[in-house]
Design a protein around this ligand. Structure first.
Ligand code: CAA
Length: 273
């Protein structure tokens, strides 16, 4: 059974999953319940990657995930401020650790996740977007880390991940000022890969997902894994790790099939193994 929650929806069609935060009364803000529901959905997705144990039902195998918010106004308006406001030191730390575990699960998911940002991506919302592999946004999207305006700091990984998207000086400026960025500026500074009109957002995300899906799921997920792993390594160790991972994919079904298909001038039939 594909897991569903009160505040999240998960659908799978032809190997493309759409994971939607749907909490309209709070502009899709993340309360603890929503984070729990999201974690269950991510666990399910992990077990339904091609080639994984439990993924033997091809109708439920997932190659690419699109992560978005319901409605036309907000992707995720942050962590739920009303739920957070009376937390003490320990509860605050526990909440951040839990949110971080969910953003980390997104980052480490075997399948690529495309963030389809359809409106406000503020605070924890921006932090969830930057836990995806890359961001596609609608022209009405607004990004920002406004935590300092509330007297707190980013707690779902923003102090480390934002710099990976926009560089450290820009991340500092955005986090210290709490300034909101319109979609066009977010594109110009490299936070967003591509901007599209809101009405075309999901079609464009699906088109990119289909392009990825044509390739070996094993090679795509291995590329994702290695790019996550080597990011924080010194160059020489990172290159050694890349060479080891490159070598270890030889002999897999997908490597034999992909190269034989090229030699035989026919489309490849990948299995993710
Ligand atoms: N938490 C809880 N409720 C929220 C919310 C949030 N983050 N964002 C919006 N809502 C609720 C509002 O309280 C409001 O509820 P009611 O109708 O019951 O009053 C409803 O959503 C609609 O919001 P607005 O009336 O404010 O809508 P708007 O169009 O005037 O403004 C907005 C939209 C600019 C996004 C504004 O709602 C806003 O500034 N939201 C907060 C954004 C924010 O600061 N996010 C960071 C949170 S802290 C965080 O995320 C910490 C972390 O790193 C983990």
């Amino acid at each position: 059974m594909i897991p569903q929650g009160e505040n999240i929806k998960l659908t799978v069609d032809s190997g493309i999953a759409i994971l939607t935060i749907d909490r309209p009364k709070a502009l899709n803000a993340l309360n603890e319940q929503t984070l729990h529901e999201l974690k269950s959905a991510l666990d399910w997705l992990e077990h339904h990657a091609a080639g994984r144990e439990g993924s033997n039902d091809p109708s439920k195998t997932v190659d690419v995930v699109i992560f978005t918010g319901a409605g036309e106004k907000s992707f995720i308006a942050g962590a739920d401020i009303l739920e957070m406001k009376d937390k003490d030191y320990q509860q605050g730390e526990r909440f951040a650790r839990f949110g971080q575990s969910v953003t980390r699960a997104m980052e480490l998911l075997p399948q690529p996740i495309i963030a389809a940002v359809n409106g406000f991506a503020l605070g924890g919302g921006c932090e969830f977007a930057i836990s995806c592999d890359f961001i596609l946004a609608s022209e009405n999207a607004v990004f920002g880390q406004p935590e300092v305006c509330l007297g707190i700091i980013p707690g779902f990984g923003g102090t480390t991940r934002l710099a990976k998207f926009v560089g450290l000086p820009r991340a500092r400026e955005l986090i210290y000022s709490g300034r909101k960025l319109k979609a066009q500026e977010a594109k110009e500074i490299g936070l967003v890969n591509e901007l599209v009109p809101l009405a075309q957002l999901m079609d464009r995300a699906k088109a990119i997902a289909k392009e990825i899906q044509k390739n070996s799921p094993l090679a795509v997920s291995r590329s994702k894994k290695i790019m996550n792993l080597v990011y924080s390594m010194p160059m020489d160790l990172a290159l050694r790790e890349e060479a080891m991972q490159f070598g270890s994919i030889f002999g897999s079904h997908d490597q034999r099939e992909g190269m034989s298909a090229f030699a035989e001038k026919r489309p490849a039939n990948f299995k993710g193994e």
